[in-house]
Design a protein around this ligand. Structure first.
Ligand code: TRP
Length: 322
C-alpha cells in the first residue's frame, strides 16, 4: 500500500475575472499539486462577504470561479472543490477561535493594519478574517497550504491558533489540530502587467486569463515600451511566461527595435495558450447543473470531515454534555 498522501488545502476568494498573473502566480500550482496531495480547494465566499455585499455578484463570482478552476484543469476526481459556506462548521470553529485569541494579537495582521492605515472603517469580519481562514485550514487537518507571499502571515496565525487550542484545551498527547505548513507560491510578485507594474486588477493593467482573441491583441499591442533600448522589457517579461527564455533571447536579439513585430508574436503566443482554456470554459458553462453537482459533492465531502473534527472539538471545550 502506498503511504497516505498529505493533505493540501487552499482557499480562493471569488472576486471576479482572473488574469494571467493570477494563473501563473497561483491557480496553475493547484493543478500541478493535485496529484501529489489529497487536495481541497475552497471558494471562500464568507471571506468575500467582508468586502462584497451584493447577493447576485457574490453568487456569480463564486460560480464563475468554479468554472475557471475546472477550465484550467482542476480535476474533481482528484480535488475536493467546494464552497466555504457549504461547511458551516467552519464559522462555528472560527467563533471558538475568537474566544481564545486576543485583540492585540489580531491587530498585528498586515491586512488589517493596511486597512486601518488607509483610513478605512474596518468591519469586524475583516478584523476576524485570519481566524476564519485558520478554521478553513485546521478543520480539514491540512498539512500544507499553498498561498501567495501576502498570505504567509495568515498561515502563521493558523499555526499559532492550532497551538493555542491544543494548549488551552489540554489536548496533549494527541493534539486536536495539526500545525500546517505554508507552500509559498513564488511567481506572484514577478508577473508584470501591460504597464510594467505588478499585474493587478486594481492597477487596471491585466490580461484576463480567458480573454478573447481581440482583447489579447488590443492589450498586447498596448504594452508600455520604453523607447531606445531596443529590447522592450515589458514585452519580454510577459513573453517569458509562454516561451523558454533562451528561445526568446535569440528572437529578441534578431528583432532589436521591432516592437510592433515582437508584440504581434507575443499576442499570437498568448492566444495559442488561452484559446483551448477558453474553449473548455465555454463548454463547461453550458452545463450549469453538472458544475453545481461538482460543488455539491465537494461540499458534502468537506462537510463530513469537518463534522467529525467538530465532534472532538465540542467535547474538548465542554459543550457536549452526555
Ligand atoms: N485569505 C486568502 C486570500 O485572500 C484566502 C483564503 C481563505 C485561504 N481561506 C484560506 C487561503 C485557507 C488558504 C487557505 O487569498
Amino acid at each position: 500500500m502506498s503511504p497516505a498522501k498529505k493533505i493540501l488545502l487552499s482557499g480562493v476568494k471569488p472576486t471576479g475575472r482572473p488574469h494571467i498573473g493570477n494563473y501563473f502566480g497561483a491557480m496553475r500550482q493547484f493543478v500541478e499539486l493535485q496529484d501529489k496531495y489529497e487536495a481541497y480547494v475552497c471558494v471562500v465566499d464568507y471571506h468575500a462577504l467582508t468586502t462584497l455585499q451584493d447577493a447576485k455578484e457574490l453568487a456569480n463570482f463564486t460560480y464563475e470561479m468554479v468554472l475557471d478552476f475546472l477550465a484550467i484543469g482542476l480535476d474533481p476526481a482528484k480535488v475536493t472543490l467546494f464552497k466555504q459556506s457549504d461547511v458551516p462548521e467552519v464559522t462555528e470553529l472560527a467563533w471558538i477561535f475568537n474566544c481564545i485569541t486576543t485583540v492585540p494579537y489580531l491587530e498585528r495582521a498586515h491586512a488589517y493594519k493596511d486597512a486601518v492605515a488607509k483610513g478605512r472603517e474596518v468591519n469586524v469580519g475583516t478584523f476576524d478574517y485570519p481566524l476564519l481562514m485558520a478554521a478553513d485550514i485546521l478543520i480539514q487537518d491540512a498539512d500544507v497550504v499553498p498561498v501567495g507571499q501576502d498570505q504567509k502571515q495568515h498561515v502563521e496565525f493558523a499555526r499559532d491558533t492550532a497551538e493555542k487550542f491544543n494548549r488551552v484545551f489540554a489536548s496533549v498527547p494527541s493534539p486536536v489540530f495539526k500545525l500546517p505548513e505554508p507552500i509559498i507560491l513564488d511567481a506572484v510578485k514577478t508577473i508584470p502587467g501591460i504597464d510594467g507594474e505588478k499585474m493587478s486588477k486594481s492597477y487596471g493593467n491585466v490580461i484576463p486569463l480567458f480573454a478573447t482573441d481581440a482583447e489579447i491583441r488590443r492589450l498586447t499591442m498596448g504594452i508600455v515600451t520604453d523607447s531606445g533600448v531596443g529590447i522592450p522589457k515589458n514585452v519580454f517579461e510577459l513573453h517569458k511566461l509562454f516561451k523558454p527564455e533562451e528561445e526568446l533571447n535569440k528572437l529578441y536579439q534578431s528583432k532589436v527595435g521591432k516592437y510592433q513585430e515582437l508584440k504581434e508574436m507575443l499576442a499570437k503566443d498568448i492566444t495559442e495558450f488561452i484559446a483551448p482554456l477558453r474553449v473548455r470554459r465555454e463548454a463547461l458553462s453550458k452545463d450549469r447543473a453538472a458544475v453545481l453537482e461538482i460543488l455539491k459533492t465537494g461540499g458534502e465531502r468537506a462537510r463530513a470531515r469537518a463534522a467529525e473534527k467538530m465532534k472532538i472539538v465540542r467535547e474538548k471545550i465542554g459543550v457536549s454534555i452526555n
